[in-house]
Design a protein around this ligand. Structure first.
Ligand code: FES
Ligand code: FES
Length: 203
């Protein structure tokens, strides 16, 4: 099968690569760029573990082809982590990029986590963690559209992501905590106990 060149920005870094048309975006990110924070669960659009941002919109990377990303800006969970720092912007050819810029401009909690990531930790929004990258990416898109989301908006916004461990209560609390932290202008993880802001569902 012939290959096509795709030029895409991944976590702030320019990437130019030859890809087969059948290569999914998820496999491109994981196998070619070694961005393994994007997880693969169902591989047919159900679980949301593979969620990434394409031009700011959350999509399932298992259902998109890498070749479709021509000219797009892709952000993975690695790109949402402040500790990864700004990408040196030289063009990476065929898969050298390993991390990238904190493209959402998220503030850090001082421990290398974004506000959202710190809130997931503080509010017990994860257990095994397999689903977490997808939730972080989906919640990033949610908070971009709804900076002060209601519980219903959080549940609706994250309804495409499945978690088999947490029961979702901690995830909802985490998104609420991150929204509050952004409004307050400080990291959600700093000085917050695990019980901070538990008004999500009367738990
Ligand atoms: S792996 Fe893509 S939705 Fe499950
Ligand atoms: S934390 Fe295990 S699947 Fe969500």
């Amino acid at each position: 099968m012939g290959e096509h060149r795709v030029e895409v920005t991944v976590n702030g870094r320019s990437v130019s690569a030859m890809v087969e048309p059948r290569l999914t975006l998820a496999d491109f990110l994981r196998d070619r760029l070694r961005l393994t924070g994007t997880h693969l669960g169902c591989e047919h659009g159900v679980c949301g573990a593979c969620t990434v941002l394409v031009d700011g919109a959350a999509i399932r990377s298992c259902l998109a082809f890498a070749v479709q990303m021509q000219g797009c800006a892709v952000t993975t969970v690695e790109g949402l982590t402040p500790s990864n720092g700004a990408a040196s912007d030289g063009a990476a050819s065929d898969g050298a990029a390993s991390d990238g810029a904190a493209s959402d401009g998220a503030a850090s909690d001082g421990a290398g986590l974004s506000e959202l990531q710190a809130a997931f930790r503080a509010e017990h929004g994860l257990q095994c963690g397999f689903c977490t990258p997808g939730f972080i990416v989906s919640a990033t898109a949610l908070l971009a559209n709804h900076p002060d989301p209601t519980v219903d908006q959080i549940r609706e916004g994250l309804s495409g992501n499945l978690c088999r461990c947490t029961g979702y209560q901690g995830i909802v609390r985490a998104v609420q905590a991150a929204a509050r932290a952004r409004h307050a202008g400080h990291g959600a993880g700093a000085g917050h106990g695990a019980g901070a802001g538990r008004e999500a569902d009367g738990e």
